[in-house]
Design a protein around this ligand. Structure first.
Ligand SMILES: CC(C)(COP(=O)(O)OP(=O)(O)OC[C@H]1O[C@@H](n2cnc3c(N)ncnc32)[C@H](O)[C@@H]1OP(=O)(O)O)[C@@H](O)C(=O)NCCC(=O)NCCS
Length: 155
């Protein structure tokens, strides 16, 4: 398995996984925009056969790191891949951020547990954030005092 920056050639597989993984998936234009954005950091995890296992999208805005997306192909879930992939990608991003945050659906137990394991905690709620269902978003954050350090199980 290999972590690489996401490129335009990955988009067909990324879009396929995106539409299987999310209720309200991004369209291809959203990913094209991320690839064109200088403050975006997008990575894929490829199998030895060069098939997509997972992808992740971050945006760096001043000292804030926004986690926009993470998805793992169904057949690879539950093996610790998201946890390891997240930490590995974090190490590729310039160490200028002081905190990271994200939004997650309250019903997304796997997502919430993953983020808790990575050291994120609930910071608040965004009422009615998800327009398709009207669900609130749980906003989770993590402080990186003085820059990057690897998320640990015990954080
Ligand atoms: C959320 C997701 C990325 C997790 O990927 P994964 O590779 O299966 O996650 P990991 O195996 O690294 O699991 C890390 C931790 O998350 C939690 N977790 C993962 N899957 C879980 C599940 N189905 N139920 C409960 N907890 C789960 C566990 O705490 C796990 O740690 P543990 O195995 O030591 O207990 C994956 O389920 C996915 O792609 N979901 C669809 C997209 C999505 O919801 N993304 C997140 C919101 S943006």
């Amino acid at each position: 398995m290999q972590v690489m920056p996401m490129s335009a050639g990955d988009l067909p597989e990324v879009i396929g996984l995106e539409s299987r993984a999310f209720k309200n998936p991004w369209g291809i234009l959203a990913f094209v925009n991320e690839l064109a954005c200088s403050s975006a950091f997008n990575y894929v995890l490829m199998s030895n056969q060069r098939r997509l296992i997972a992808y992740i999208c971050f945006r760096l805005i001043l000292d804030e790191l926004h986690v926009l997306k993470i998805a793992v192909n169904n057949e690879y879930r539950g093996k610790g891949i998201a946890f390891q992939f997240f930490n590995q990608c974090l190490g590729e991003i310039p160490e200028v951020f002081n905190f990271a945050f994200l939004e997650v659906r309250p019903a997304n137990i796997a997502g919430i547990r993953l983020y808790q394991k990575l050291g994120f905690r609930e910071w608040g709620r965004r009422p009615g954030y998800y327009l398709d269902t009207g669900e609130d978003a749980i906003m989770m954050g993590k402080i990186f005092k003085g820059g990057f350090y690897e998320c640990k199980d015990s954080d």
